[in-house]
Design a protein. Sequence first.
Length: 313
Amino acid sequence: MIAANLGLLVTMIAWGSLIPVLNQLLPTWDPYFLSAARYALAAPIFVLLLLVLEPRPRSVRAVAAWRVWLLGGVGIGAFAPLYTAGIALANPVTAAILGATGPVVAALVAWAAYRVPFDRGMTPAILLTVAGGALATYQPSAAGGGFELRGGEALILLASACWSWYSLAAQRWLHGHSQLRITGMTMLPGTVVAVGIYLVAAALGAADLPPALPVRGLDLGLFAWMVAGPVVAGVFLWNYGVRVLGVVVASLFLNLPPVVAIAITAALGTLPTAAQLAGGALVLGGVLSAQRRGRAAPASPRRAVADREPPAC
């Protein structure tokens, strides 16, 4: 459990940097290219890791190809452009706040897709994390009070739903496979879908083909980090964390990226406000509260199977 928590923490640091990195890169590249390119570059890395670390798959039940394609297509191919386009269109403050709804979205997707019972005892932890994420990112001085809608908000929520479903279904449908193989198997078809969406967007005039050339050396460094951190390390460690802790508890960590973004901003010279510090404390309190409950209260057999050790079906 300690390894899963540390892995999720590393993932949140990487994902927390993604919004400021994208905001730096979007003036140069369109969101569809950024979505496709970061997975197209990451997919060969996972193939190489599989060849080196797992040259032979474990003796597990074969998985239908359509399931692998559906997992990759929804969880990576659709998620990446939806999320990136949402960041490009939404107010950055609103986008960060919407990230705090991850636990609620995960719980609703788990119930809708697999009828996983909603644990009402998790409500205080969810409220703490959502409130903390909102408080940490709220900027009353921003235009419209920091909550003006620009059209990307629905895309971010839809992307969150895609990722939550992928996190659940991957552990069920690919049960018995290592997390490295789950990530590699789903990333390849996901990349194909993401590249296809980019090409369609380019044909419609919504994306640049060929993509623009970088104007700064910094752009190349940020692009490399976007691939290595949030994608290569982040996706693998996320799958591992979901496997050990369950998708709802793991999703509580999704409230940490706004806090990470604040820490990055402070390191660059802008100190956090009292409200931001208080919001970070609420987020951490919600995560710890949920995990204490998970250790203290025995789960029902149905919930234990559905949320922690999903069977292949």
